[in-house]
Design a protein around this ligand. Sequence first.
Ligand code: GDP
Ligand code: IMO
Ligand code: MG
Length: 424
Amino acid sequence: MKAKIVVGLQWGDEGKGKIVDYLSKDVDLVVRYQGGANAGHTIVIGSKKYVLHLIPSGIIRGKLSYIGNGVVVDLEELLKEIETLESMGVSVKNLKISSGAHLLFQFHKYIDMINENEKGKRAIGTTGSGIGPCYVDKYNRTGIRVGDLIDKTLFIQKLKERINFYNNNFKSKESFIRIDEKRYIETILEKREKILKMIVYPDLFATEIIKRKMKILFESAQGTLLDVDFGTYPFVTSSNPLSYAAFTGSGIPQYFDYKVIGVAKCYSTRVGNGPFPARMDEDTENFVREKGKEFGATTGRKRNCGWLDLVALKYAVFLNRTDEIAMTKFDILSDMKKIKVLTGYEIDGKRLENFPRNVEQLSMVKPIFVDFEPWSMRELEDLKRKKFSKSILKFLEFVQKSLGTNITHITTGSERKDIIKINV
Ligand code: GDP
Ligand code: IMO
Ligand code: MG
């Protein structure tokens, strides 16, 4: 029994959804283990485009799909997602949710907005999905879990307490919006009915998975540089996208070997605030953003675009114990005048040996770039016939050597079919 973990090696939006969809063909179970509806994972199949926020991408192939305890579940978003999927002909009958996952409520989203407004210029630029405040409740031990939905009376009592807490404690804030207790509880109870049948107890679920030696694919959300412990804190999300969080975030004990597939674009993007040393010049960035459709899958915000940052990538590859890399969006850099790769950071003329220790340091670095010859779309097509052009080969060999890890797949378009297995 061997599991696979798909993680983002940059700042999110690397193309994890597409890679999970590809790999899910050969597995029995796909698991989300952290984050919430801040994620937006896109899968394009012919003329159909699916964007998943909470539900594992394996659902598109009808695979058993599990939302683990590490995820924060917004019932409104979840039901919207279920409706959209069903309207597109995708069944969610194989969707299960851990009783240990925390519920994310409207007041979490309001607190997220209040916090951001209060920070002013220092705002994180969150997706506004309530992620931070919901994890605060979890770790403050004041959260409400999916399993609490089962006992209706107790659930109502717990939710009332939390609504009162919010209404009383945040009312003096400038952007405060009051929650109408009665109306809000009614809407949540409606949703509760639809979710009850999906709830499973993690120990029983995991026992079954292990006993049946199921092939598991773990799907991370966000990316390593947004990890709350190892990312560019405080410009991060509030969970651990790192590979090894897959086990705590799912409650599936690691009684098996696993392989980590890191996903990275052949350039970088970052949405939200925080330093981004590899950022392209304005004209190039505008060009790449338009060509690469670099707008948030969840919020529609413009993503900042930069060149491939090998310093940050090396750090991420190491932390995840990455076995192989899937590199995406090669078509976007095709036929450009020049391509750059960031190979080092300098402060006061001195090369840094490690990834900067804090955002203050990261925002001071001078990026060192190396130029590469661009490739053409025709050359990308040739890869399907195992024919590597000089420019692609040079780029791939350089990146692999710098990272000490093989690139095993590259993608050349948004569609399911645009994935090429390579061996350089
Ligand atoms: P995720 O959050 O990591 O799953 O990534 P997103 O779905 O947010 O963003 C990746 C975007 O790039 C999506 O719109 C994908 O359809 C698209 N995409 C993925 N691979 C490729 C590729 O090779 N070429 C192009 N043009 N688009 C791609
Ligand atoms: P996927 O799974 C890209 C970013 C936000 C912000 C920071 C904190 O699609 O890769 P949060 O709402 O989590 O409190 O925001 O994290 N962010 C993402 N950026 N892709 C994502 O998910 C993201 N989820 C959160 O823009 O900078
Ligand atoms: Mg995304």
